[in-house]
Design a protein around this ligand. Structure first.
Ligand code: ADP
Length: 565
């Protein structure tokens, strides 16, 4: 009960504010305006979380009543409060103008706080969606917990979202507090690597989290006890998180420092707020704004910390990726170098084998006696030559892969080149009853390129054409300038063809489509890979066009700037 006296000769207007928003029921009694003569008559207005249809004079998160005390008189008012939670509250009496000022500050600071918190939640959730990094989800849940807790403590939950449902607001309060504890403990356990370092502490953390979850259910029976227990676990959670962040700081992780400061400030704010709620200390109403702005700044700092972490991890990923790529390239180079050296070492003795077996086979120094010996010597020579051919291919591909090939550029008379290549393959073609048709190619324009290597490519393609064309087939070779001005050399056969899905594959080293077919021809699947690489080195392209069973066409096209008129 309180009495307002008005000694002046004008009526005075005042606003009465009852400051604890989570009150279940607030009853306000004032002298009835209708029966001024009768002191015993009072009007009753009821509001609060559990009340349907709030009776207040001004809509706000707090209970507000506008009273007018007539001139030269006094009036007595009664307030009755009831609830199943803690009951601590402020009653303030404001002048109307002062009250409007205070409301404006409250509104601005709240808007700032919730705006930043919601932005931070969206921010960390979207980063989580992209990065799938657990830390961001944890941070988002922490912020959701903190925001909901604050919204319920300050009365916004009741006022805007869940009016007239005190049990639901209580449930939200306790659930959000529980979420806070769980995320804080999770955070500590995650960064302190408790699982690896101390199983006991890790288990203690899990017990704490489980307890925080269980308290939600306890609150349905005894809200008061549950909230006290939860506040105690929250205190432990905050201490654990603080230890974790100090540890990060000590490890020299830059954001560990800011994190520790944020967490410490948050813990201090929270402790003060909670202690006020349970009536241990008293905070001035003006502190409300300071608290909200401080909290917003902390949330902002948290975001900065996480932005820094985000930048660091993406940067780190890039660095890792680059290192992995460098390693792979080095490994591949080493392999190619090894192959090149080995092939070279293999060739030297092989040349001796071929040379001496040739001398024996041709009986240069006199007759051998048994004719079988002569046959064997020829076999040795042929096998040696075949081996040399394979080793040469290996040497070539490893040189290409080790980027050790320098083109010996010159002006090539393509008609001569084609004639030479055809002559070399002709013998084999005739053995297989295959006809090679060479189109007439004018001597000019010239093609600039490495003649030896291009000859190697064309011979390779021609031999393949012979290999994969049945007896009686045809091979066509020609060269033209395309409408786009490129020099194009075309080798077409009427052979077995290559299935569309294999056409790209066969350009890879060591790939053969029909090994059983190729085996008796020799070769290890390097020919086309080498051919393509050499054409690539010239800045050109190798195209395959093939119909299974009908034949294959290889087109080598060289860029315009290699054509010399
Ligand atoms: P190899 O030296 O073992 O023949 P290549 O790289 O020259 O290796 O050829 C790879 C594979 O491509 C061959 O095993 C064959 O299956 C296929 N191929 C190449 N040229 C032709 C062609 N003209 N017709 C059909 N298949 C071909």
């Amino acid at each position: 009960r309180f009495t307002l006296q008005n000694p002046s000769n004008k009526p005075v207007e005042r606003i009465i504010e009852i400051g604890y928003p989570a009150m279940d029921q607030v009853e306000f009694f004032r002298p009835s305006a209708l029966s001024q003569s009768d002191d015993e008559r009072y009007d009753r207005q009821v509001t609060g979380d559990s009340v349907v249809g709030r009776q207040v004079d001004i809509r706000s998160i707090h209970a507000l009543y506008r009273v007018v005390v007539p001139a030269l008189s006094e009036q007595t008012y009664y307030i009755r409060l009831s609830g199943d939670s803690t009951i601590t509250f402020d009653i303030s009496i404001h002048e109307p103008m002062g009250f409007i000022d205070q409301e404006a500050v409250r509104f601005d600071s709240s808007a700032l706080f919730f705006g930043i918190m919601i932005a931070a939640i969206i921010y960390s959730l979207s980063i989580y969606a992209v990065m799938r990094d657990e830390a961001y989800l944890l941070f988002a849940l922490f912020l959701i917990g903190a925001t909901t807790y604050q919204a319920s403590m300050w009365g916004y939950l009741t006022f805007y979202l869940l009016p007239e449902t005190s049990w639901l607001v209580n449930l939200c309060t306790i659930t959000s507090l529980s979420l806070l504890v769980i995320t804080l403990v999770q955070f500590s356990s995650y960064f302190l690597e408790l699982k690896q370092k101390s199983v006991l502490m890790y288990r203690a953390g899990i017990v704490l989290q489980a307890a925080a979850a269980v308290f939600i259910f306890v609150s349905l029976i005894d809200y008061h006890t549950a909230i006290f227990l939860l506040m105690a676990t929250a205190a432990i959670g905050v201490v654990a998180a603080l230890i974790a962040s100090v540890e990060l700081w000590r490890k020299g992780i830059v954001y560990g420092k800011i994190f520790t400061l944020c967490l410490a400030a948050y813990a201090a704010f929270h402790a003060a707020y909670s202690l006020e709620r349970i009536g241990v200390i008293e905070l001035k109403d003006t502190l409300d704004g300071v608290f909200k702005i401080g909290f917003s700044i902390i949330a902002l700092l948290f975001i900065l910390v996480f932005a820094d972490r985000f930048r660091r991890t993406t940067y780190q990923n890039e660095v890792d990726l680059k290192a992995a790529r460098d390693d792979a390239i080095t490994a591949s180079r080493t392999k190619s170098k090894f192959l090149a050296t080995m092939s070279h070492e293999l060739r030297t003795p092989l040349n001796a084998v071929i040379g001496f077996s040739d001398i024996i086979a041709s009986e240069t120094l006199g007759p051998i006696g048994h004719p079988k010996y002569k046959e064997y010597a020829r076999d040795i020579k042929e096998s040696g030559a075949h081996l040399l051919y394979i080793i040469n291919d290996l040497l070539e591909i490893s040189r290409i892969e080790a980027e050790r090939i320098v083109l010996d550029e010159q002006q090539i008379v393509v008609s001569d080149l084609l004639r030479r290549c055809t002559r070399i393959v002709d013998g084999r073609a005739q053995q297989n009853s295959i006809t090679i048709h060479r189109a007439d190619v004018p001597k000019v324009p010239y093609l600039t390129g490495d003649e030896t290597r291009l000859q190697q490519v064309i011979i390779n393609l021609l031999f393949n054409a012979v290999k994969f064309t049945p007896p009686g087939g045809h091979i066509y070779i020609s060269a033209t300038i395309s409408p786009a001005g490129e020099y194009e050399i075309t080798i077409r056969d009427t052979g077995i063809g290559i299935a569309p899905e294999d056409q790209q594959k066969i350009l890879e080293p060591f790939i053969q489509i029909a090994p059983h077919l190729t085996r008796h021809h020799g070769g290890v699947g390097l020919g086309l890979a080498i051919a393509k690489s050499i054409v690539d080195l010239h800045g050109g392209k190798m195209r395959i066009d093939s119909d299974l069973g009908k034949g294959t066409t290889f087109v080598l096209s060289f860029p315009k700037d290699r054509v010399v008129k």
